[in-house]
Design a protein around this ligand. Structure first.
Ligand code: ADP
Ligand code: MG
Length: 256
């Protein structure tokens, strides 16, 4: 019964609260992501966006409330290869790191293939296709340390894509990526949504650009302050952002 009530929601949070030790980060969050949504998440630094993503991915457990994935309570959900995740990057400094693009992207198949099994020819083909999809085929056997920030982010997308997930979660994938590459990046995401019917959720600070590509927006600061269509957000954004950022719009372009 309860599972039918979850309907077509791919992600559902019901009254979720979370705290680290004694620090309360999210309070009573209700949230739904529907199949085919391309949702943008905005909020000031430290407002709980990454925490929200980690709760959805089961990397953290709510203090109270429930998380449902594809209609199942998180505790019963096992099909993790239906979900791709690109984590927020902590300072690159990949300098002389010897791993190649092919190796990084292949690691995205671990969930499907098993840790110590060999990749088959068809797995190798999937890896090549994912790398081609993000426009980096000519870099396949290069070390990731030799790539630009924008290229590296595309490698992480390819790794998340290679197992053909239905839901892709991206946490600040455009930090450190130049303006022109950001547009290309969103254009890639949109084509993934349109051609592969993927559902996507992206945390981003580039609110102005992002809201032109997504169809839904959620604003997080301990609670969900707004959750609606990109169109509704655009019409009310001054009011919504004022509430969230306390009037200091400068925060919007503040990258860390
Ligand atoms: P955002 O992604 O919106 O910048 P986070 O979800 O990363 O915010 O963090 C929310 C709050 O929780 C911040 O105040 C942060 O300092 C705190 N926090 C994040 N991770 C931890 C942790 N592992 N232990 C304790 N506090 C944390
Ligand atoms: Mg974060």
């Amino acid at each position: 019964m309860e599972q039918q009530v979850q309907g077509e929601a791919i992600v559902k949070l019901s009254s979720v609260s979370f705290q680290y030790d004694d620090k309360r980060v999210l309070t009573d969050v209700d949230f739904t992501l529907e199949r085919g949504d391309f949702l943008g998440i905005v909020g000031p630094n430290g407002s709980g966006k990454s925490t929200l993503m980690k709760l959805i991915l089961g990397l953290l457990t709510p203090t109270s409330g429930g998380v449902y994935l594809f209609g199942k309570p998180l505790s019963k959900f096992r099909e993790w290869n239906r979900i791709g995740y690109v984590a927020q990057q902590v300072a690159h400094g990949a300098g002389g790191f010897p791993t190649t693009v092919r190796e990084v992207v292949s690691s995205g198949l671990v969930g499907k293939v098993g840790l110590f099994r060999r990749l088959t020819a068809s797995h190798h083909q999937q890896v090549k296709e994912a790398v081609e999809r993000v426009g980096l085929l000519e870099k396949l056997d290069q070390r990731i340390g030799s790539l630009s920030g924008g290229q590296l982010q595309r490698v992480f997308i390819a790794r998340a894509l290679v197992a053909e997930p239905e839901l892709l979660i991206l946490d600040e994938p455009t930090v450190g990526v130049d303006q022109e590459s950001i547009e290309q990046f969103y254009s890639l995401l949109r084509s993934l949504k349109e051609e592969n019917g993927m559902t996507m959720m992206i945390v981003s600070h580039d609110v102005g650009v992002m809201t032109q590509w997504v169809n839904k927006v959620a604003c997080v600061q301990q609670k969900i302050h707004f959750h609606g269509t990109a169109h509704e957000f655009e019409h009310n954004h001054e009011h919504i952002l004022q509430q969230m950022y306390g009037g200091s719009m400068k925060l919007l372009s503040h990258h860390h």
